[in-house]
Design a binder for this molecule. Structure first.
Ligand SMILES: [Zn+2]
Ligand SMILES: [Zn+2]
Length: 371
């Protein structure tokens, strides 16, 4: 049996489709038939060569869901203990962590693993022509550090679980408490995820600051109490004033989540925060440059907690699953484009360009292995 992979030759290189023999899973392994794979900003960073340490050629795609095509001997349950069988829908958890390094075993921070790699991140650089990423018809889960979870949800909603793990991790890091007022900067996949995680994490009021209007409308449908359109309110001072106006005593938000990837959002977001609040940076997965802070006014005197959020691990996937399975949020409506393997390049161009493709605004795009 043959199956297709999409191989990216080099930064800014060509995406070419290659046909490989589909391997037989060995003991402890699994063969997954890709159902869809989310296209993420990180894929674009890798396409542009902006992610350090990445080896090319590479099969991209770290948000893959699929059905179990063939189970290797000994695989009976997912990593939450749910029994699995052939045909079940699963999320291939992309992150591969060694479990043994200082960060894994002592600090228990698997996303900081010193030996970390992942499906969609070329886990076998010596053999890149393999089913090692989500931009392919199959994913061969043959790395010894693999984890996965079974899902009972619509694929279009389930595929958003990976970005949702970043939102959940951010809420953990911010130590959100019931009754908190939260501001979220950005309404891409991470901003939307932070919104859902904040609501589930006990936020009383959530304000989303971003653009375009269509995404803000979606944010309101998901439960945002107020949205501020940065295309309409161009003045950062005014945006800060509007956010503070919604908070207790107009002191500022209890927590602010940066989900924009834009460095200048950081000082603005800190101004939206009350004294003693928490600022979480969750939108910078590549180096977009520096920004300046005033150590006295923004940090010391303001007495804030400033945290970074690096990805999500298997625990965040397991905790995000019931949210996806609950049907409480119409996540599937965030999918704007379903593209065949041949169109991976078009997806990259749309994100690097004006966020439009086929005459339609881009929200979340997915690559579909076999339409
Ligand atoms: Zn991603
Ligand atoms: Zn490790």
């Amino acid at each position: 049996m043959k199956g297709k992979i999409v191989l990216l030759s080099s930064p800014h290189g060509e995406f070419t489709i290659e046909e490989l023999t589909v391997p037989e899973p060995r003991r402890g392994e699994m063969l997954v038939k890709q159902v869809m794979c989310g296209v993420c900003g990180t894929d674009v960073h890798m396409y542009q060569g902006h992610l350090p340490g990445v080896k090319y050629p590479i099969v991209l795609g770290h948000e893959p869901i699929g059905t179990i095509e063939k189970l290797g001997e000994g695989v009976e349950a997912d990593h939450s203990g749910r029994p699995v069988g052939e045909g079940d829908l699963i999320y291939v958890i992309p992150g591969l962590n060694c479990g043994k390094c200082y960060f894994c075993s002592v600090l228990r921070e698997p996303t900081l693993c010193l030996n970390g790699t992942g499906y969609g991140f070329n886990p076998f650089p010596e053999n890149p022509r393999s089913f090692s990423g989500g931009y392919a018809e199959y994913i061969h889960m043959n790395h010894p550090w693999s984890t996965f979870i079974k899902l009972d949800a619509k694929p279009e909603a389930a595929v958003l679980l990976e970005p949702l793990t970043v939102g959940i991790h951010a809420v953990d890091r911010a130590g959100l408490r019931p009754g908190d007022t939260v501001a979220i900067q950005g309404c891409g996949a991470i901003g939307i995820s932070a919104l859902i995680a904040a609501r589930e994490g006990g936020a009383f009021k959530v304000i989303v600051v971003g653009a375009p209007e269509s995404r803000l409308r979606f944010a309101r449908e998901l439960g945002a109490d107020m949205t501020i359109n940065i295309e309409e309110v161009g003045d950062p001072d005014e945006r800060v004033r509007l956010v503070k106006g919604e908070t207790t005593g107009e002191y500022g938000a209890d927590a602010v989540f940066e989900c924009t990837g834009v460095p200048s959002a950081v000082p603005e977001g800190i101004r939206m925060l009350r004294r003693g609040g928490t600022y979480a940076v969750a939108g910078h997965f590549t180096d977009a440059g520096a920004t300046s802070l005033n150590p006295y006014a923004d940090l010391n005197n303001k007495h804030i907690t400033l945290v970074g959020v690096w990805g999500g691990d298997v625990a965040h996937f397991v905790r995000g699953r019931p949210i996806v399975e609950s049907w409480r949020y119409p996540l599937e409506r965030f999918i704007s484009h379903k593209l065949p393997l041949e169109r991976c390049g078009d997806a990259m161009e749309a994100i690097m360009g004006d966020y439009r493709l086929d005459g339609k605004e881009v929200n979340k795009m997915v690559i579909v292995g076999s339409p």
